[in-house]
Design a binder for this molecule. Structure first.
Ligand code: DOR
Length: 440
C-alpha cells in the first residue's frame, strides 16, 4: 500500500525544509518528497492541507512501568498515550520491577514490544545491577540486546569511580549515559525546590546545587574519559551554564528539558499541590528563563517529557508523602506549541528540531528523526490552530497525574504514523474517512 500525504507544510529541520510538498510512502519508508506528486488509484491520500507534517516526534525519557508496576501504566497504555500525544518513538527508563539490567530482560521486553506497543520503543538499560549503585551491568550484552542508552534514573550513581568506568565503557560502545542529576545526600528527604515556598509550606527544600554537583562531576568525567553524558530533565540555570561551558570545550555532553520545567515554577505547587511534585522539582522564574535561553541557543538539545504515571492513591496524599512525577506524553506537544512557540519564546522549527533530529542523534536511532528518502515513514502531523482543553479523564495513559488539567491549549498532534501505519488520529480526521491502519 502506498500513502500520499498531499499539500501539507512539511517541516524537517534536519534538511532545513519548510515548504508545501507532498510525501509518498511505500513499504513503510519515505519514497519521495516533491511538489505535486501524481495521484493514482493505488495510493491512499492523506489531505495535509492546513497541517504541518513533521518527522515523527521522539521522547527520550518515558516511564512505561512495565514490567512490574502495571497498575500505573502498561506497554499498551503508555505507547497509546505516546501515539495520541504525537510521539512515534520513545525511550523508556529501566526503573521497573525487575530493573531492566540484563539482556534476557531486555529481550523479553522487546518481544512484548513487537506485540503490544503502538509506537517504537527503545529500552534504556540500567548502569548498575538492580540500579543499586554497586556493580556495573554488562553494557556490551545490553547493547547487543537493543538498549540505546544507560541510566539508573532516580537512583543516581553516587560513586564517581563507578561513573568513571561507566563512561569509559560508554565511549567504547557508543552508548550514551542518561543521567538524572541529583546528589542523593543533598536531596535526601526533600520535597520541592529549596526556597520561600518550601519554607512557607513547611517541607524540606531541594537545593539547586544538588543538580549542579552531579552535572559538574559528570562533565569532568566525560571530559576525562571521552564518554557521552546526557543530562536528563535539566532544571536549573546553573546546570545549563555548566552544559554550555562544557559544549564550548568540546566535551561530549547533551541535555534534555521537560515542558513542565520550561513552563512552571515552584509557585505553581501552591496551586496544583502534589501534581507539581517531581524530581528534579519545579524551580524559580530565573531558572525557567535560563532553560528557555539554553534551549534557544542549542545548549539544551531536546525536549523530553519524563512521563511518570502514578496511581491516584500515590498522588492524592500530603505533599511530603506523594510520589514524584507527572504524566507528559499527552500534553507535551500542546504545551510547547502554546506556551513557547505561540509566545515566540522558541520558533516552530526549534521545537520540531528538539523533538526529531536532535533526540535521534543523541541516542543514535537509525533511520529516525528526519523525512529523508529511505528513512522510516514515522510522521507526526500537527494542527497548529486546534484549540483544546486538557482533560486527564480522556488520557489513554493510566496516569492522570498532571498539573495541566483544564488548561486551554492551541496546537496539537492530530495524526501519528509509525512505519507507514497510522497508529492514531484525532476525531476530526476520523470524520474525514481515512480508513486504513486505524487502531485495532
Ligand atoms: O519525578 C520523577 N519521577 N522523576 C524521576 O526521575 C523518576 C520518576 C518516576 O519514576 O516516577
Amino acid at each position: 500500500m502506498k500513502i500520499l500525504i498531499k499539500g501539507g507544510r512539511v517541516i524537517d529541520p534536519a534538511d532545513n525544509l519548510d515548504k508545501i510538498v507532498d510525501i509518498l510512502i511505500e513499504n513503510r519508508k519515505i519514497k519521495a518528497l516533491d511538489t505535486d506528486i501524481a495521484i493514482n488509484e493505488n495510493v491512499e491520500i492523506i489531505d495535509g492541507r492546513g497541517k504541518v507534517i513533521c518527522p515523527g516526534f521522539i521522547d527520550l525519557h518515558v516511564h512505561l512501568r512495565d514490567p512490574g508496576l502495571t497498575y500505573k501504566e502498561t506497554l499498551a497504555t503508555g505507547t497509546l498515550a505516546a501515539a495520541g500525544g504525537g510521539f512515534t518513538s520513545i525511550a523508556c527508563m529501566p526503573n521497573t520491577i525487575p530493573v531492566l539490567d540484563n539482556p534476557e530482560l531486555i529481550e523479553n521486553f522487546m518481544n512484548r514490544v513487537q506485540k503490544e506497543a503502538y509506537v517504537n520503543v527503545y529500552p534504556i538499560g540500567a548502569i548498575t545491577l538492580e540500579s543499586e549503585g554497586r556493580a556495573l551491568t554488562d553494557f556490551y550484552s545490553l547493547k547487543e540486546a537493543g538498549v540505546v542508552a544507560l541510566s539508573d534514573d532516580g537512583r543516581v550513581v553516587q560513586n564517581a569511580e563507578l561513573m568513571y568506568r561507566a563512561l569509559l565503557r560508554s565511549k567504547d560502545l557508543g552508548l550514551p549515559i542518561s543521567q538524572h542529576a541529583e546528589d542523593m545526600y543533598l536531596s535526601s528527604g526533600t520535597v520541592i525546590n529549596d526556597g520561600d515556598i518550601a519554607f512557607r509550606m513547611g517541607v524540606k527544600g531541594d537545593p539547586d546545587v544538588s543538580e549542579s554537583i552531579i552535572v559538574a562531576r559528570d562533565i569532568l568525567l566525560a571530559a576525562r574519559t571521552g564518554g557521552h553524558i546526557h543530562i536528563g530533565h535539566i532544571s536549573t540555570a546553573e546546570a545549563a551554564r555548566l552544559v554550555r561551558q562544557a559544549k564550548e570545550q568540546g566535551i561530549r555532553v547533551t541535555a534534555e528539558v521537560t515542558p513542565h520545567h520550561l513552563i512552571l515554577t515552584e509557585e505553581d505547587v501552591l496551586k496544583v499541590g502534589s501534581n507539581g511534585k517531581m524530581r528534579p522539582p519545579l524551580r524559580t522564574k530565573k531558572d525557567v528563563e535560563a532553560l528557555r535561553e539554553a534551549l534557544r541557543d542549542g545548549t539544551i538539545d531536546c525536549i523530553a517529557t519524563d512521563h511518570a504515571p502514578h496511581s491516584l492513591e500515590e498522588k492524592e496524599v500530603n505533599l511530603t508523602n506523594a510520589a514524584n512525577g507527572i504524566v507528559g506524553l499527552e500534553t507535551g506537544v500542546g504545551l510547547v506549541l502554546t506556551h513557547l512557540v505561540d509566545k515566540d519564546i522558541i520558533t516552530l522549527n526549534e521545537a520540531i528540531r528538539a523533538w526529531t533530529i536532535r533526540p535521534a542523534e543523541i541516542f543514535g536511532l537509525k533511520n529516525k528523526g528526519r523525512l529523508a528518502i529511505g528513512y522510516d515513514a514515522d510522521i507526526t502531523i500537527l494542527d497548529l490552530e486546534k484549540e483544546w482543553v486538557v482533560d486527564s479523564n480522556q488520557f489513554y495513559s493510566k496516569g492522570k497525574n498532571t498539573p495541566f488539567n483544564g488548561w486551554q491549549l492551541k496546537g496539537k498532534a492530530v495524526l501519528t504514523m509509525v512505519g507507514g501505519k497510522i497508529v492514531w488520529m484525532g476525531e476530526d480526521w476520523k470524520k474525514g474517512g481515512i480508513s486504513d491502519g486505524i487502531l485495532n
